[in-house]
Ligand binder design. Structure first.
Ligand code: SAM
Length: 312
């Protein structure tokens, strides 16, 4: 197994108010940091390890979202720059600390939490626990620094909507698909395993593009992943028409990308949109309608929402 080193920037938050945490997240967004994890309070009730009890009680009483934010990268210099900019902007509110993680440690940490997950048509497994289930396609994902291990509801929703969409479009010759915000490449891999041969994956995050390479190899397939957002990609003259665009990103990015998505789709093309919470449904659908897309299916898991819209 490779001993490759990855780096972690831990931003400890001293101003523990939600307002500050939102300001900090805005700043992360402005710096182009879209993938980070939070010292969060999710599922705290289920923690039964004694060592965690104090922290759990503290968190359960707190009225703020998290007390640290973690940003991972293969590139230490990038994290050093982020730390500098963020500490200059918020000198009293945060303190950054960069540390090294060996890939083996990283994997060991994941081993407890990344278990195979099944959707209607796929089973997503880590490399150390590959499973074959009759009637399902196996997707192997190395859980590194890219989003998309299949554990998140939005990814599961996309996988389910994708499989339905592909079944309905199985007679379309040379179906052309774009995976916008590919993360680990999970949706692209699913599409390839369901027979799609023309697919392009985009992500603005360098680590995601690297992860796609690793995951393509693990799954014995090939696809092209580009470090770009949609509008810059299209500016380079890649003006192709897509039958399906997958986009599991946050609402502001979806809204911003809609005009470009409309430009590179035709009547009958579909968008599979997720990364949305239930309360954002109306805003998303109104914007879709402005660009000629209407709702054909929606799916909800926990508070997360996925939409299939088709161009009229
Ligand atoms: C929620 S993850 C989805 C990953 C994967 N597609 C899945 O469904 O699990 C969103 C991804 O979108 C990427 N992203 C954010 N803004 C983007 C943009 N404007 N253009 C392309 N990718 C973007 C992030 O880097 C992240 O990898």
């Amino acid at each position: 197994m490779s001993q490759e080193i990855t780096y972690k920037l831990c931003l400890r938050i001293f101003e523990k108010t939600n307002k500050f945490i939102f300001d900090l997240k805005d700043e992360l967004y402005n710096l182009g940091i879209h993938s980070y994890s939070e010292g969060s309070f999710d599922n705290l009730e289920s923690i039964d390890n004694e060592d965690c009890e104090k922290k759990r009680d503290e968190f359960l009483e707190a009225d703020y979202l998290c007390d640290e934010i973690l940003v991972h990268s293969y590139d230490k210099a990038t994290l050093v720059e982020y730390k500098k900019v963020l500490e200059e902007k918020f000198p009293f509110q945060i303190k950054g600390e960069i540390s090294e993680i060996k890939t083996t440690d990283w994997r060991d940490k994941w081993k407890d939490s990344f278990k195979p997950i099944e959707t209607e048509s796929y089973i997503v497994c880590p490399p150390w626990e590959q499973k074959i289930v009759e009637g399902k396609k196996t997707i192997i994902i190395e859980p590194a620094m890219a989003f998309g291990t299949g554990q998140h509801e939005t990814t599961q929703i996309c996988l389910e909507l994708l499989e339905k969409c592909l079944k309905e479009k199985e007679n379309v010759p040379k179906l052309s698909v774009m995976d916008l915000g590919t993360g680990s490449g999970i949706l692209t891999i699913a599409a390839c395993k369901s027979g799609v041969t023309e697919i392009e994956a985009l992500d603005i995050d360098e680590d995601s593009v690297k992860a796609c390479g690793v995951n393509a190899l693990l799954n014995g397939i090939h696809f092209n992943a580009y470090k770009s957002d949609l509008s810059s990609y299209l500016e380079k003259g890649k003006n192709k028409i897509y039958d399906v665009i997958l986009a599991n990103i946050l609402l502001p990015v979806l809204l911003k990308s809609l005009s470009d998505m409309a430009r590179v789709t035709k009547s009958g093309s579909e968008l599979i949109l997720s990364g949305l919470i239930l309360s954002q449904k109306e805003e998303m659908l109104e914007a879709c309608e402005l660009f000629g897309f209407v709702l054909i299916e929606e799916r909800v898991k926990a508070d997360w929402l996925g939409l299939r819209v088709v161009k009229k």
